[in-house]
Design a protein around this ligand. Structure first.
Ligand code: 28G
Length: 649
């Protein structure tokens, strides 16, 4: 047989938008939920670009019942006149031309938001259909695109059904885009209102004056956000419920031809540092050069002020950056071009020139701010806080050394309290931290001792939000936990030596139980964040009721389920309400709360740093309803893994 020859007709040229469908990962990262939401954010980014350049002020995002989404702005409207060489309308160009990741240089805008900057054409390419309406110059225009496979099996992505045409007249200006993510690409995924709403709120904070509404036509939900104070309002929102040390956030702004920077910060009586940085409105979770620039400038300005105003004596050493940042909550948003993302999750700004800009501007603006007699008092508050921090830093260092030495000696002591598991298999091991000695005793008897270790907690461990690290470490209950987990804490944490794959907090379904849970979660969040991030922390749910009748026994975990359970039991049932874990005997505790086949666990996750901060505050507050609402919103009920179950049999 003749060898197959290749000629030009066999060469596949990836033209335009088809490339996006063939390699979606290149453009939107994944074809999962995140990727699908990316389609929406590409469009929203364009609207924000238009508004942040001074045209219009309102964006409405609507999640429609047919699965499509609509974004509308009141900017100038995408240009409708024909492109000089491409001979099609500006709208068609924007929606059919692939900007290979760099829309910065060829736009009319100084800076442009968005993550990949691949543009609206990617949304069009990955949509079943996409309709764009432009209101401009008294006229309403429309163009519709669709994606389909023809009779010959050839793919057509985001092609216009007809050129842009005028469909009416109007008094308004702006752009409206509706698109349906193609189920061929995204399966049955749907838009997530909570997620979209949370990001919309963040965008409203980051873009002063912007009005952004999210409307869910499926669930009849609606929210709108608008902050005249921008990131200063953001800072206030983040410290809500905490004790503030400054009357209002310090804010400064500056720009040159390459950068635009906004910074706002305030102080609370807490002992932690909360920095939230952004580049072109994108969160930089891992920080980067902009954050480093701010921190080094801040330390310098504060030390200089302290020296020249005699808050630091000649022979006293400079305070450290970390001292000055104790209790700070800061939001920083830089706008720039040619952004370089680095780090494990590509959320760290790498551009060295950003450090220089932020550093210089911060020194200039803050020095000016503190020179003023009226605002100079603010510097004094910060310096006093920093001095306190420096004192404790020294004490903490000593306490930490002490704890290390003590831990070894006390491991002995610990054995009495901690009922260890017999197997050394870490993958399967679980540590139950149990409220109260009586429940602890039942748990010890009822457990599967091969894999389940029990640590009863006697008193309430201290409130980790309110204490400094030396006090945290001095607490016996906390030390016991640290020692049992074996990872160390803070910056020294090492998860490879973690002794338990699951750390399960078991406390009563009452106020005290909620408080203990809150304290433990706060401790983990503050000092062992990786433990949460890696999914090791769980909340065990004990039943609230037992419904029984002769041979019939059913445990009920929420009030909603109670009527059904009673109905199943039928007339003459017996209802027991559990007030605490301690009321259950070992067998019951195993059956209802510890047996991996039957128990209910909530895996604790922290997806969004700013929200997590709020959550910690909520946890520590006295508002029980807010706390309950938070747990049901942010805790994931269906993440229990199957690993242990499979092993058991
Ligand atoms: C509602 C959903 C998404 C937009 C505008 C307005 C203009 C525009 C958009 O220009 C930018 C520049 C050349 C390709 C600009 C109107 C100047 C004068 C605009 C939006 C990109 C196109 N008049 N509003 N684009 N070109 N809103 N909202 O997309 O290189 S996009």
């Amino acid at each position: 047989m003749a060898e197959k020859t290749y000629d030009s007709k066999d060469i596949v040229v990836l033209e335009g938008l088809d490339a996006v469908r063939l390699r979606p990962g290149m453009y939107i990262g994944t074809t999962g939920s995140k990727g699908m939401h990316h389609l929406l954010w590409e469009i929203v980014d364009n609207a924000i670009d238009e508004i942040s350049n001074g045209y219009g002020d309102t964006i409405t995002i609507t999640l429609n019942t047919d699965g499509s989404a609509t974004v509308e702005d009141n900017g100038r409207g995408i240009p409708v006149d024909n492109h000089p060489t491409l001979h099609k309308s500006g709208v068609e160009v924007v929606y059919t031309t692939l900007h290979a990741g760099g829309k910065f240089n060829n736009s009319n805008y100084k800076f442009s938001g968005g993550l990949h900057g691949v543009g609206a054409s990617v949304t069009n390419a990955l949509s079943k259909w996409c309709n764009v309406t432009v209101y401009k110059g008294g006229k309403e225009y429309e163009i519709k695109f669709h994606s389909f496979v023809d009779e010959a099996g050839k793919m057509h992505s985001g092609v216009p059904i007809a050129p842009l045409k005028q469909v009416g007249t109007t008094k308004k200006t702006g752009t409206k885009v509706t698109f349906l993510p193609d189920s061929e690409m995204f399966g049955a995924l749907t838009f997530n209102y909570e997620n979209i709403s949370r990001r919309a709120k963040e965008l409203a904070f980051l873009n002063k004056g912007l009005r952004i509404a999210v409307v869910d036509e499926r669930e009849h939900l609606e929210e709108s956000y608008h902050y005249e104070g921008g990131i200063a309002d953001y800072v206030n929102y983040l410290v809500e419920g905490k004790t503030k040390l400054l009357p209002k956030p310090v804010f400064f702004h500056g720009e040159d031809k390459n950068f635009d920077l906004e910074v706002a910060f305030t102080y609370t009586d807490s002992y932690t540092e909360n920095a939230f940085s952004f580049v072109n409105n994108i969160p930089t979770i891992e920080g980067g050069t902009h954050e480093t620039g701010f921190k080094s400038a801040f330390t310098k300005v504060m030390n200089d002020y302290a020296r020249s105003n005699n808050f630091l004596k000649e022979k006293e050493a400079n305070l450290l950056g970390e001292d000055f940042r104790e209790g700070i909550t800061v939001v920083l948003n830089i706008k720039m071009n040619n952004v370089q993302f680095e780090g494990q999750t590509k959320t760290k700004l790498g551009n060295p020139e950003a450090k220089t800009f932020v550093e210089n501007l911060t020194i200039k603006e803050l020095s000016k701010f503190f020179e003023d007699k009226k605002t100079g008092a603010i510097a004094e508050v910060i310096i006093n806080k920093a001095k306190g921090a420096a004192k404790v830093r020294e004490a903490a260092k000593k306490a930490k050394e002490l704890t290390r030495a003590k831990n070894n000696a006390e491991n002995f002591n610990l054995v009495g309290k901690l009922a260890a598991a017999t197997s050394r298999n870490r993958e399967l091991s679980e540590l139950f931290i149990v409220e109260g000695d009586s429940a602890g005793g039942s748990a010890k008897q009822g457990r599967d001792r091969r894999f389940q270790a029990i640590l009863p907690l006697r008193g309430k461990p201290l409130n980790a939000e309110k204490k400094r690290i030396d006090q945290v470490l001095a607490n016996e209950e906390i030390r016991t936990i640290i020692s049992a987990l074996n990872t160390g804490i803070g910056e020294d944490i090492d998860l490879t030596s973690l002794r338990y794959n699951k750390v399960i907090i078991l406390s009563d379904a009452d106020q005290d139980g909620a408080h203990i849970r809150a304290i433990l979660l706060t401790f983990f969040y503050r000092y062992m964040k990786e433990l949460i991030n890696d999914g090791h922390v769980y909340i065990g749910l004990p039943p609230l009721y037992k419904v029984s009748k002769k041979d019939f026994v059913e445990y009920v975990y929420s009030d909603n389920e109670l009527p059904d359970a009673i109905a199943r039991a039928g007339k003459g049932y017996d209802l027991q309400r559990y007030k605490g874990l301690g009321e259950m005997n070992p067998d019951q505790l195993w059956d209802t709360t510890m047996d991996p086949d039957k128990r209910m666990l909530i895996q604790v996750s922290i997806e969004d740093a700013a929200e997590a901060e709020k959550m910690v505050t909520t946890w520590m507050g006295d508002d029980i309803d807010a706390r309950k609402a938070y747990i049901s919103m942010h805790a994931n009920f269906d993440k229990e893994d199957e690993f242990y179950k499979n092993f058991k049999k």
